[in-house]
Write a protein that binds this ligand. Structure first.
Ligand code: ADP
Ligand code: MG
Length: 621
């Protein structure tokens, strides 16, 4: 979504943009407008009221045309305000970037200098600078810019410090780039949005400050006037001829209000999080837009998905990430879901509890039953009470799911507290129990660790402990071992296996690794382009995969002790889910493809969605 269309969604910002646009345009065109000269006095026509003949906005105490003076004054005020903002932003950002990037002593010296500037009351500092430099518009500009530099420097330094230690900057350093190049090509692009935001929210303020200095006679000098000095000159006639003050006053009000509204809009629209999800917050549960209520499915297992369809509606495109998935898992059973990256495994898992971000996610059809309860379209309260208590998730990246600033024990206790009240001591005991259940050595000491003090494998076990906190009936594990090394992976897998035997958990285990499936799962479903293409008992499928995709996928797995053999990559790429082909989605990459593969809907028959499955009189393709 483009910046402008985001901005236009915010009515107030749009109004601000239009108003300030008109004012700037008029100010630019002033020299060519049919106005009287602004500085020619005509004492016989002093204090003409508004709407008098030949003077639309009246005249001032010297008989000068107020409309003309207003336009020229606005031009001057805008120019000085914007120039001051530009100077302050450029210098302030440069100071902030240098301080934040180099850090250490450079940072200390620069920032203490900035702090000294900030220690003075703002407007007094500006007055002192003008007093030192002498009155005049240029000096007022310098003063206003100078007092605003610390604001930009502080802001940008903070952002730069955050970026300077990111991996991509380290990578740039390792590649031998000079500091100057890193600053220009890696740091600057990332701080420019912040600079723009800070500028857009301070320009109005700087115009006010310049006007303030001019009002006190320290800015523009007679006969030239900006909006501030117009106000200053009108001060003595405030009671007798208020229109001379009202005219520049209203203009200042309009300009500053329009700029501030626009600034707020710019800030919102530049926030990258708002770009994908527009200006709406994500809903607490995925949106449901089913044409018809599905017939209540036979609840075969504890969790049953039937014909689940989840889509992403992005602009005018529809991404069918999950295109009709039916699955079922029984207590004590482990069901594997396997498939290439992007085949819709995660979206399927997240749809169960309405966790797909919405917008853009929409559940467009099908049903999910937990025990006897329909979850799709269930009220948010119901979903929330089930999330974590009955159906719990384990995600791939434990660092992303653990809060970095809380001790792991407190996070475990909090997970329990979401669903039932629990005292401090009891919570702690339960948390230690959980850590022991996931085989964390020395649990009673480890409970007070922060996430960063644990290894990746331990953190993943904390994730599992958290999922177990409320004794759920179903655990959905989305590639929980992908980020782990093989020994830790083996430990985590045997842990999950024990848990399901001990507690009768139903596990849905998502992975792209056949080795993991073989070790843990009773049944496995193979996903491709948002659909299940083959499903059955793990042994049967591992021994005799019938869908050509499954067969090819397994041919990609290296075998220990199997000697050196060529690993077969599957040629081609999975189809884009916004534009799925007719018939079989795998046809494009399949060696067994025939004419009828590309026509009509291909049903899942006897556990395989293929018209020409591999048969085992012949060798697998
Ligand atoms: P995986 O099988 O690797 O877990 P996912 O379920 O995450 O795959 O993704 C399935 C498809 O949905 C992918 O094609 C992905 O591009 C698409 N997708 C996921 N999230 C979004 C989103 N927020 N907006 C648009 N498309 C998405
Ligand atoms: Mg995934």
């Amino acid at each position: 979504m483009s910046f402008l269309s985001l901005l236009a969604r915010n009515r107030l910002a749009l109004a601000g943009l239009i108003v300030i646009g008109i004012v700037v345009l008029l100010a630019l065109l002033t020299p060519w407008l049919p106005l009287k000269p602004p500085n020619v006095t005509d004492t016989s026509n002093r204090f003409q009221p508004i709407f008098s003949d030949g003077a639309l906005l009246g005249t001032d105490h010297l008989g000068r045309d107020l409309l003309s003076r207003l336009m020229w004054g606005t031009r001057l005020s805008l120019a000085v305000g914007f120039a001051a903002a530009l100077v302050a932003a450029t210098l302030g950002a440069a100071i902030g970037i240098v301080a934040g990037y180099y850090g250490g002593r450079t940072d200390n010296i620069i920032m203490r200098g900035v702090d000294m500037l900030m220690a003075f009351p703002y407007i007094l500092l500006a007055l002192a600078i003008v007093a030192a430099l002498g009155p005049g518009l240029l000096n007022a500009l310098i003063a206003v810019a100078a007092v605003n530099i610390p604001f930009f420097a502080r802001n940008i330094r903070g952002i730069t410090v955050g970026i300077a230690h990111k991996e991509f900057v380290d990578a740039a350093r390792l590649s031998g780039m000079s500091n100057t190049r890193i600053i220009l090509s890696e740091i600057l692009p990332n701080v420019i949005p912040v600079i723009v935001i800070a500028m857009s929210t301070t320009v109005g303020w700087m115009i006010l400050e310049t006007a303030g200095l001019s009002f006190l006679g320290l800015g523009s000098q007679p006969p030239v006037a900006d909006l501030g000095s117009m106000l200053g000159e009108a001060r003595s006639a405030l009671i007798t001829n208020p229109h001379t003050s009202v005219v520049p006053g209203v203009m200042i009000l309009i300009i500053v209000m329009a700029i501030n509204l626009l600034g707020d809009g710019v800030r919102d629209a530049l926030d990258p999080r708002l770009k994908s999800g527009a200006l709406n917050r994500p809903l607490p549960a995925t949106m449901v837009a089913r044409d018809r209520q599905p017939a209540p499915a036979q609840a075969e297992g504890i969790l049953t998905l039937s014909d689940l369809q989840t889509q992403f509606h992005v602009k005018d495109k529809v991404y069918r990430a999950v295109g009709g998935v039916s699955l079922s898992v029984k207590p004590g059973e482990c069901l594997g879901i396997i498939g290439e990256s992007g085949s819709g495994k995660s979206v399927t898992a997240l749809s169960v509890m309405g966790l797909v971000a919405s917008p853009p996610g929409v559940i467009a059809g099908g049903s999910v039953r937990y025990q006897d309860q329909e979850l799709i379209g269930a009220p948010y309260g119901t979903l929330r009470s089930l999330r974590g208590r009955e159906v719990a998730y384990i995600f791939q990246d434990p660092l992303a799911t653990l809060h970095p600033l809380y001790r792991v024990g407190d996070q475990l206790i909090e997970a329990i507290k979401c669903h039932r009240p629990i005292g401090r001591a009891e919570g702690r005991r339960k948390a230690i129990e959980l850590l022991e259940a996931v085989r964390i050595p020395n649990a009673s000491a480890r409970i007070d660790d922060y996430p960063h003090e644990m290894s990746g494998g331990m953190r993943q076990r904390i994730g599992i402990a958290m999922a177990l906190a409320n004794d759920p009936e179903v655990i959905i594990a989305d590639e929980p071992t992908t980020a782990l090394d093989v020994t830790v992976q083996a430990q985590v897998l045997s842990l999950l296996d024990d848990l399901r035997r001990e507690r009768g958990l139903a596990i849905v285990f998502i992975t792209h690794d056949f080795g993991v499936v073989a070790q843990l799962c009773d049944r496995v479903a193979v996903m491709y382009a948002g659909r299940i293409v083959e499903e059955g008992a793990t042994r049967a499928i591992l021994d005799a995969p019938r869908h050509p995709y499954t067969a090819r996928l397994m041919a990609c797995v290296p075998e220990l002790g199997g000697g050196k053999r060529r690993l077969e990559a599957i040629p081609g790429l999975p189809p884009v889910v916004s534009n799925l082909p007719e018939g079989c989605a795998f046809a494009e990459r399949c060696t067994r493809v025939q004419g009828d593969c590309r026509k009509g809907e291909i049903p899942l028959e006897n556990g395989v969605r293929c018209l020409h499955p591999v048969t085992y009189q012949e060798a697998p393709a």
